[in-house]
Design a protein around this ligand. Structure first.
Ligand SMILES: Nc1nc2c(ncn2[C@@H]2O[C@H](COP(=O)(O)OP(=O)(O)OP(=O)(O)O)[C@@H](O)[C@H]2O)c(=O)[nH]1
Ligand SMILES: [Zn+2]
Length: 207
C-alpha cells in the first residue's frame, strides 16, 4: 500500500530530531492530556480518540518530514523573465505557541532569474504547504517560503504575502474573531525596485 502524499512514509525522519513519527508516544500523550483536562479517555466516545489524534497530527505536521529540495527538484527552462504569481492558495498551519490552527491564504510570486528556471505552479502550493505543516509562526512561514524559492530557483525576485486568522486570537485569549494578520517577504528585485514590487502587489490585489 502506498502512503498518500499528504502523510509522510513511516520511515521518514524528522528534520529536527532525526526520528520517525512516534505514533504510540503521541497516542499516550493525547490520552494523558484528556485525563489532565478532566475527561475520561475510556468513555465510549473517546476510546479511539488518541489514535485518531495521533494520525491527524502525523498529517498536520507532515512538513517536519519533507525536504523542500524534493518539492522544487524539478525545474524547467522557459524563456520567461517576468512575474509568475499564484494567488489565494488556501493554507492551514499550526501556531507553535498554542498548537491551534491559523489559516488563510498565501500569494506567491517570483520573477525567474538569468537561467530562466521556472517551477511547476503546483510546486509553489506544495512548498507553502510543506512549511505550513509544522508548528509555526506566520512570519517564519512567510520567510521560509521566500528563502526556499531564492535557494532553489535563483530567481531575480520573490514576493510572498500570507494573510491568516489565528484561532488562538479568535477562540480564546483576546477573542477577536475575524482579525487577519498579513505578513510579507520580499527578496531580490522585489525588494530593491519599488515599481516592480508595486506591480506585483497590484496583480496580487487584482487591481
Ligand atoms: N508574531 C506572532 N505571534 C503569534 C503568532 N501566533 C500566535 N502569536 C502570538 O504569540 C503570543 C504568545 O503570547 P504569550 O503571552 O506567551 O501567550 P498567552 O498568554 O497565551 O497570550 P494571549 O494570546 O495574549 O492570551 C500571543 O500574543 C499570540 O497572539 C504568529 O504567527 N506570529
Ligand atoms: Zn497561538
Amino acid at each position: 500500500m502506498t502512503t498518500p502524499d499528504h502523510i509522510p512514509p513511516a520511515d521518514a525522519r524528522s528534520r529536527h530530531t532525526g526520528e520517525v513519527f512516534d505514533a504510540a508516544r503521541a497516542e499516550a500523550a493525547v490520552r494523558d492530556l484528556l485525563i489532565a483536562v478532566g475527561e475520561d479517555p475510556d468513555r465510549e466516545g473517546l476510546q479511539d480518540t488518541p489514535a485518531r489524534v495521533a494520525r491527524a497530527y502525523r498529517e498536520v505536521f507532515a512538513g517536519l518530514y519533507t525536504d523542500p529540495s524534493e518539492v522544487l527538484s524539478r525545474t524547467f527552462d522557459e524563456d520567461h523573465r517576468e512575474l509568475v504569481l499564484v494567488r489565494d492558495i488556501p493554507i492551514y498551519s499550526t501556531c507553535e505557541h498554542h498548537l491551534v490552527p491559523f489559516h488563510g491564504v498565501a500569494h506567491i510570486g517570483y520573477i525567474p532569474g538569468q537561467s530562466g528556471a521556472v517551477t511547476g505552479l503546483s510546486k509553489l502550493a506544495r512548498l507553502v504547504d510543506l512549511y505550513a505543516k509544522r508548528p509555526q509562526v506566520q512570519e517564519r512561514l512567510t520567510s521560509q517560503v521566500a528563502d526556499a524559492l531564492v535557494d532553489k530557483l535563483d530567481p531575480s525576485g520573490v514576493l510572498v504575502v500570507i494573510e491568516c486568522e489565528h484561532l488562538c486570537m479568535s477562540m480564546r485569549g483576546i477573542r477577536k474573531a475575524g482579525a487577519v494578520t498579513t505578513t510579507s517577504a520580499v527578496r531580490g528585485i522585489m525588494r530593491s525596485n519599488a515599481s516592480t514590487r508595486a506591480e506585483a502587489l497590484g496583480l496580487l490585489r487584482g487591481t
